[in-house]
Design a protein around this ligand. Structure first.
Ligand SMILES: Nc1ncnc2c1ncn2[C@@H]1O[C@H](COP(=O)(O)OP(=O)(O)O)[C@@H](O)[C@H]1O
Ligand SMILES: [Mg+2]
Length: 166
């Protein structure tokens, strides 16, 4: 298992982390984001979009009326926010698990609600609110592909002083 913990001190730092992460992603990668409302899941997703090469005009917002937004960067990219669904049966009933097997990068907010159906190669990212501006962001992965992505991100970060690793 690979893990990396980063302390973000602003929304800009969270976007930057997402951007660096996005640069390492390929089709088939699945990122499961967990953390309470306002913890920065959508903010991190904006950065991931940038790292996937989305144009500056393509603004990532929470898909509130749709469950999934689709973007085209270096790879196809789906952003799924299924906050309003409560049971795995609703998720499966909406056919959403088909997105797990698309040739695309998938970011799923509220992923802790769907752990039992998420593929093994998922990278889980937990965002914890420490205070107004600080978030503890922990990435974990067990599958070799997830370990590879987390390892590349660690190398890329070079872990400057303000960021912590565990
Ligand atoms: N370090 C930080 N990282 C991310 N967001 C932060 C941070 N500090 C403050 N914020 C603020 O917290 C909010 C996060 O919102 P959002 O990304 O939509 O959260 P979520 O999608 O988890 O509900 C934004 O208003 C953002 O400006
Ligand atoms: Mg959100």
């Amino acid at each position: 298992m690979a893990s990396l913990t980063v302390l973000s001190k602003s929304d800009k730092e969270t976007i930057e982390l997402g951007r660096m992460l996005g640069q390492h992603l390929q089709e088939g990668d699945i990122l499961g984001l967990a953390g309470e409302l306002g913890s920065g899941k959508t903010c991190l997703t904006k950065g991931i979009g940038q790292g996937l090469g989305l144009g500056p005009g393509e603004v990532i917002t929470s898909p509130s009326f749709t469950l999934v937004n689709e973007y085209q960067g270096r790879h196809r990219f789906f952003h799924m926010d299924v906050y309003r669904l409560e049971h795995v049966s609703e998720f499966l009933g909406a056919g959403l698990e088909e997105y797990f097997y698309e040739p695309a990068v998938l970011v799923l907010e509220w992923a802790d609600k769907w752990l039992e159906i998420l593929p093994d190669h998922r990278i889980m990212i937990e965002l914890l609110i420490l205070d107004h501006t600080r978030r503890k962001i922990t990435l974990t992965g067990e599958h070799p592909r997830a370990e590879e992505v987390i390892g590349s991100l660690k190398e890329g970060l070079g872990l400057p002083n303000s960021w912590t690793e565990s």
